[in-house]
Design a protein around this ligand. Structure first.
Ligand code: ZN
Length: 487
């Protein structure tokens, strides 16, 4: 074979790199003159962090565990810019883990809250709102939280609560030696948290606060998953699934009225995957009823819980295939590091006709899955920080999303359970995705594409998407103007 001349080689190389760039996510976006100026500023900030990282890898935030760099991120100019950017929608997050846990801490100052067990035991205390002392479940009595507060002082009590309602740990590697240990703490948190957050006044307040925090983080649309736990009040009333969804709906509609530039909310019913067939049939019945009662607000169905330990989708496929065809699926699938095991949920999710895939972390090991994702235009909901905290990846530069970004896979960036790891509703994940998952060459076009994708791949109708894009465009142009003025 003849070697090319140096000139030929250089031309080939330029063409090669250009072909790769053209395949990357966001390459089809054409920036306006103003956007190009903002892009220059954005890339200055990105390159500054990349340069420091190249020289001193320890300083590169996406390469380190989130818990070690939370303060550093907060003060970073790139993070601050991304926080102001209208990011579109969150399409993958769970209802009781988006808004800050401070709302829950404040709720524990309310009357009629009881505690079972102390903070220093292996499993965290249990809580319940009740007018009278709840019946004892062992030889330990329930005590009024107000009394324990007096003993520990507000500061001491709140400190204890904060350690329960977070996965944050100064030494996450020692605290969580395996994926199962962190998922087990995750489950404990939900157990402790649930009876506080499901007390109706707290439930309403927490959800409203979640929307406020999204809005503040420049996220204007939410499609969230929820298990619909039993919401209750002091009179002993337990609300039905339909009543709980009605609460979500009413709060969302009111929020839209008071925040006209906010696009809206939809709900995905997502009960737990580790149940027997009888319980599962009950879930399907609830899903069918919700679909009839809230045909537009309830977007569809999913299952939650650790895939490695849960039942695979194939166990349920026969039943799922019988569901009303207009109920859409949004399955978590491939949230695992295993290959040839529970990652095969990806195959079932696709064959069951899922509209989007939650995580899709293992899809890279399945060439047929990858082909179908592109062919059927199934959106992968990436949650980089969740995957790091829940131990699928250490250094976010090795996150599989980098591959999806490199070849324009249909993806969005979401946040899963950001409040559990002290992150903002979406900006932390955007920051890590832009700095750690994307190529040094990817710029504002990628960010704009991700925001547009979050509207395009939502469960909104065509007409809703037109209105959503209109609202997002106004916010985006205003962001570009304001950034220009600050340069
Ligand atoms: Zn999830």
């Amino acid at each position: 074979m003849l070697r090319p001349s140096f000139e030929e080689f250089q031309a080939q190389r330029a063409d090669f790199v250009s072909q790769e760039e053209k395949r990357a996510l966001g390459a089809d976006i054409v920036l306006t003159e103003d956007e190009l100026k903002v892009n220059e500023f954005l890339m200055k900030l990105k390159n500054a962090e990349l340069e420091v990282g190249l020289k001193t890898p320890f300083e590169f935030v996406p390469a380190r565990h989130l818990f070690h760099v939370l303060d550093k991120i907060k003060n970073c100019p790139l993070f601050k810019l991304l926080q102001k950017m209208p990011k579109g929608a969150i399409l993958h997050a769970h209802d009781t883990a988006i808004g800050s846990m401070e709302t829950i801490i404040k709720a524990t100052y309310q009357d009629f809250l009881w505690q079972h067990g102390d903070f220093d035991r292996a499993s965290p205390p249990l809580y319940k709102f009740s007018k009278t002392q709840p019946a004892s479940i062992d030889d330990t009595e329930w005590r009024p939280v107000a009394d324990i507060r007096k003993e520990l002082g507000d500061e001491g009590y709140d400190h204890n609560l904060r350690t329960i309602f977070t996965l944050f740990n100064k030494d996450p590697v020692a605290a969580y030696p395996s994926i199962n240990t962190i998922w087990s703490k995750f489950a404990d948190m939900f157990c402790s948290l649930e009876p506080i957050v499901t007390y109706k006044p707290v439930w309403e307040k927490y959800f409203l606060n979640t929307l406020e925090e999204l809005y503040w983080d420049n996220v204007s649309y939410l499609e969230f998953r929820g298990v619909l736990p039993p919401v209750y009040d002091l009179d002993g009333r337990v609300y039905t699934a339909e009543e709980i969804v009605q609460i979500y709906y009413d709060i969302s509609e009111n929020f839209k009225k008071t925040h006209p530039d906010f696009i809206g909310v939809k709900f995905i019913y997502a009960p737990h995957r580790i149940v027997n067939d009888e319980v599962f049939d009950g879930y399907l019945e609830i899903a069918e009823n919700l679909h009839k009662k809230f045909p537009t607000f309830v977007a569809g169905f999913d299952l939650v819980g650790q895939e490695d330990l849960g039942r695979p989708l194939s166990d349920y496929s026969e039943r799922l295939l019988k569901m009303t065809p207009s109920i859409q699926f949004f399955f978590h699938a491939g949230e695992t590091n295993w290959w040839g095991k529970t990652d095969e949920n990806l195959v079932d999710a696709i064959l069951l006709g899922t509209k989007r895939i939650g995580h899709g972390f293992a899809a890279i090991k399945h060439p047929r899955v990858l082909e179908e994702i592109k062919k059927r235009n199934i959106c992968i909901e990436l949650n980089p920080l969740s995957n790091q905290v829940l131990k699928l990846v250490d250094d976010c530069r090795n996150h599989v999303g980098a591959f999806y970004f490199s070849d324009s896979y249909p993806v969005v960036v979401s946040s899963d359970d950001p409040a559990f790891w002290c992150a903002s509703p979406l900006t932390h994940d955007f920051y890590i995705a832009f700095l750690g998952l994307s190529s040094a060459r990817q710029d504002l076009r990628l960010l704009k594409k991700l925001a547009l994708n979050s509207i395009e791949y939502s469960a909104m109708s065509r007409a809703e998407k037109v209105e959503a894009k209109h609202k997002w465009n106004i916010a985006w142009n205003s962001f570009i103007d304001r950034t220009m003025q600050s340069l």
